[in-house]
Design a protein around this ligand. Structure first.
Ligand SMILES: [Zn+2]
Length: 123
């Protein structure tokens, strides 16, 4: 049985954003641990709603085994996997929230943007 409260981060693999995101999620959503599911340019992949079985299975483990009640899906500045403008990232992230919400997992789904100073905000 997991001790403590878990959240789930669906995020790019970029090493610059993991710590800022985990810190932000812990501080803003009162979780103790952040399960992290990564893919390059994941905001584009989820927004396109294409080939998401692997991500969905991993999210399921986090929710079922760790009782996570929160999914944060994010995009970030200077993303090699999804090299588009901030406006396009924001649009992708909003779509990601819709896609993950449509999975009806019974958890809170939040979109987040990591900017050029590695600050995180909801979108
Ligand atoms: Zn990236």
């Amino acid at each position: 049985m997991a001790e403590g409260k878990f959240g789930t981060s669906v995020t790019c693999m970029d090493g610059r954003i993991q710590l800022p995101l985990a810190k932000w999620i812990k501080e803003n959503y009162s979780v103790d641990f952040v399960d992290t599911i990564t893919e390059p340019g994941v905001d584009k992949k989820v927004a396109e709603n294409n080939d998401l079985d692997s991500i969905k299975a991993k999210v399921g483990i986090s929710i079922n085994a760790h009782k996570s009640g929160l999914i944060v899906v994010s995009g970030h500045h200077d993303c090699a996997g999804n090299p588009v403008s901030e406006e396009e990232h924001i649009s992708h992230i909003k779509k990601c929230v819709d896609v993950i919400t449509s999975w009806n997992l019974g958890v809170k789904v939040v979109g987040a943007w990591v900017d050029d100073t590695w600050n995180v905000r909801t979108v």
